[in-house]
Design a protein around this ligand. Structure first.
Ligand code: SF4
Length: 463
């Protein structure tokens, strides 16, 4: 679908330039709307019909679907492009963990808590899981409903996994007001499941493994039955047919974005957990490790190829860290430099004789240095130079990191009022600039290590 331009939007606005939206003109508002930087409702002058036309025009190629409510809300979909460099991907992939309803009470609570507690920090973001996928493994309707009820107190939204409409309704009776994701619709249960989705106003997943024609027919039927919030699972084939899985995900997304096919404009869901669920020899530890590696590999492929939701079984941090890290990278907006604020940062019990370390404001550089200083218990000032989010060597080549820029930073931060010394440690990669920085600043310059993991030790030795 061709990108909507500001002019396309402007044509549908009242064009009175009344400024009630807070912008100086309708064109300025149109520019913000086309950049997804404003909300249509800010224009109070639109008729209902005008609002609807504009809403349709601005609807993303992949429709947004909301799962959960209140603090548990997660939004998926919303993408406009096939390739991230063309714009950005929106609404990061939701990662849910499979929890079977046949666990005993203590095990169930432990597993839910473990899922909720998984978190680690990377480049300033805390990376976490998103949802709990409750699976009706017991085939017991009451047990499934009871487990759903327990999950009301969970801090994450819930997926309800059963093909049995009776079990689904029993669970929805307990937790339907929290907008869980229903999984799944097949040809065999489509009427009953559609009725439940409409009755409880919950999003629902269509399951059509390796058959996109059938997927299209089922999505069409669901819409005709009044279901609006749909997620598509084209099947996760985990064995030799893994290539077909990727083909189906890519084809579904191409149909949404390039062909604007109304029956494919929905978020996609994959289930890497099937690596483990289809092969149940859980006593073989070697095999478990191999399955976890395969599960992480498939999860990574699906995050790269358009999955808006993945369901995993593994909860080992060594398996999850690469998946969460990849997701963070894929959903980082490539249009904006990743940077932190420039200025002075303080570590440890600093005083007027504490050393001064210099780095750049590229976020990956900053957070690596920060982590190394903290883990090394270093006491120092960290001067962060604005290099427009560029790493040390790139900023030197690009002219953002030179003697004058460092002199300006010293002046702007007024660090000379905080310390008695005039000695600075610069990154090892900036060694060629040491003389220039000394000339421009009048400070003594020490060339530090090339790798920030050695900085804390360097400080301890030299100061
Ligand atoms: S409120 Fe609507 S009509 Fe008024 S300036 Fe903004 S976009 Fe134009």
């Amino acid at each position: 679908m061709a990108k909507v331009t500001a002019m396309d939007v402007y044509k549908l606005l009242p064009q009175t330039n009344c400024e009630k939206c807070g912008e100086a003109s309708c064109m300025a508002f149109a520019t913000k709307l086309s950049d997804k930087d404003a909300d249509i409702s800010s224009c109070t002058e639109l008729s209902d019909e005008g609002f609807k036309k504009l809403d349709d025009l601005l609807a993303p190629s992949v429709k947004e679907v909301t799962i959960g409510k209140g603090e548990k809300t997660r939004v998926i979909g919303g993408d406009e492009v096939l390739y991230r460099y063309e714009e950005s991907y929106y609404n990061q992939t939701i990662i849910a963990i499979d929890v079977a309803d046949d666990l005993d009470e203590l095990e169930f609570e432990r597993k839910v808590k473990k899922i909720e507690d998984i978190a680690f920090e990377r480049t300033g973001d805390v990376l976490k899981l998103d949802a709990i996928a409750l699976r009706n493994k017991s085939n017991d309707v009451e047990r499934f409903a009871n487990c759903a009820k327990k999950l009301k107190s969970s801090k994450y939204p819930v997926f309800l996994i059963t093909l049995n409409p009776v079990a689904m309704e029993a669970a929805l009776n307990e937790i339907g007001d929290e907008r869980p994701l229903m999984y799944a619709v097949t040809e065999a249960n489509i009427d009953e499941m559609a009725n439940l989705a409409v009755k409880y106003q919950c999003p629902i997943t269509v399951f059509s493994p390796d058959d996109l024609e059938k997927m299209k027919d089922m999505v069409f039927t669901l819409k005709s039955l009044g279901v609006e919030d749909i997620v598509m699972d084209p099947g996760t084939l985990t064995g030799e047919a893994i290539g077909d899985t990727i083909d189906n995900f890519v084809m579904s997304r191409r149909l949404a974005i390039e062909e604007n096919d109304e029956n494919f404009r929905y978020p996609l869901l994959g289930v890497p957990a099937l690596v483990k669920l289809n092969n149940k020899d859980e006593n073989n530890q070697d095999d478990e490790v191999k399955k976890s590696i395969m599960e992480a590999t498939i999860a990574s492929m699906l995050i790269n190829k358009y999955a808006d939701i993945i369901i995993l079984k593994g909860t080992e941090i060594w398996e999850l860290i690469p998946i969460l890290t990849l997701r963070q990278s894929v959903y980082t907006d490539p249009r904006w430099p990743q940077e932190v604020d420039s200025g002075i940062y303080e570590f440890g019990e600093i005083d007027k004789d504490s050393p001064v370390i210099l780095t750049t404001n590229f976020s990956l550089t900053y957070y690596t240095v920060e982590g190394d200083l903290k883990s090394g218990n270093a006491t120092c000032y960290l001067l962060v130079l604005n290099t427009v989010g560029r790493a040390v060597d790139v900023a030197i080549a690009g002219g953002q990191f030179d003697g004058k820029a460092v002199a300006d930073l010293i002046k702007d931060t007024q660090i000379e009022n905080k310390i008695n010394t005039r000695k600075m440690v610069i990154p090892g990669l900036a060694a060629p600039l040491s003389g220039e920085i000394e000339d421009e600043t009048g400070w003594d310059v020490m060339v530090g290590p090339r790798d920030s993991s050695a900085v804390a030790e360097f400080i301890a030795e030299k100061f």
